[in-house]
Design a protein around this ligand. Sequence first.
Ligand SMILES: NC(=O)c1ccc[n+]([C@@H]2O[C@H](COP(=O)([O-])OP(=O)(O)OC[C@H]3O[C@@H](n4cnc5c(N)ncnc54)[C@H](O)[C@@H]3O)[C@@H](O)[C@H]2O)c1
Length: 253
Amino acid sequence: MSKVVAITGGAQGIGRATALLFAQEGWRVSIADLDKEAGFEVIRMIRETGGQAIFMRVDVSDGTAVDRWLTLTAEDFGGIDALINNAGIGRKAPALELTLADFDRVLAVGVRATFLCSQKAGKYMKEQGGGAIINISSTRALMSEPNTEAYAASKGGILALTHAMAVSLGPHGIRVNAISPGWIETGEWQYTPRARIPEHSDRDRKQHPVGRVGVPNDIAQACLFLADSRTSGFMTGQNLVIDGGMTIRMIYE
Ligand SMILES: NC(=O)c1ccc[n+]([C@@H]2O[C@H](COP(=O)([O-])OP(=O)(O)OC[C@H]3O[C@@H](n4cnc5c(N)ncnc54)[C@H](O)[C@@H]3O)[C@@H](O)[C@H]2O)c1
């Protein structure tokens, strides 16, 4: 029987590319996302190519909805082999003006949801004797532009949760790793009526040592690597920075 991956925020962007790549590699895919049209579009795309996929409209910060989604996934597909905590939001506001409601919302969709989904999926993985959890953080967990406090805190929290859960769940055969993407252009990976071809300047490209902006498949391929114990079985609690080298480049102005 083919393996099962559950992906939050899988309807668009990095999550969409990841859902399509896993399906192409023979995984059965379960997607939770707030955007119904985009979610149904992805499962249609997967089914048209002979894959198996389910979608549920879920706010990942809502414990009851997460419970329903992962229960349905495990019951319909007979288990959960990998969970990708990918849904995330930001709120840019001057640090001294950011409202607590906005701060709390960003942390709820980032940190609280990552914990909720991992706790629920982890119970199924424990029963099965193992699994892999992949948390999508950001290079903004490690460095900042001004006025990005909520997002930075949420992504930093996700990194801390990654090593904490890796240690706690290791004895159950569950590996927990994070990916910190840099600038990933997701314009082409939105719901089709909203998708657009991105335009980047030479400056955009040249600030990356690899000479280009990232694409969702750069992250999707890393998820596939971390989900498979044959390729990453000796890795847990780690953070893969995938940013074209942007964060290791020293800048003197
Ligand atoms: N694109 C980048 O440059 C970049 C860089 C670093 C990290 N990331 C992270 O990667 C992840 C995916 O980002 P993306 O750029 O593909 O985003 P995106 O906005 O293109 O897609 C995110 C998806 O998550 C869904 N979503 C948002 N809130 C949700 C909620 N509460 N419940 C369920 N679904 C929800 C949205 O509907 C959307 O379909 C995020 O965690 C983001 O912070 C992205």
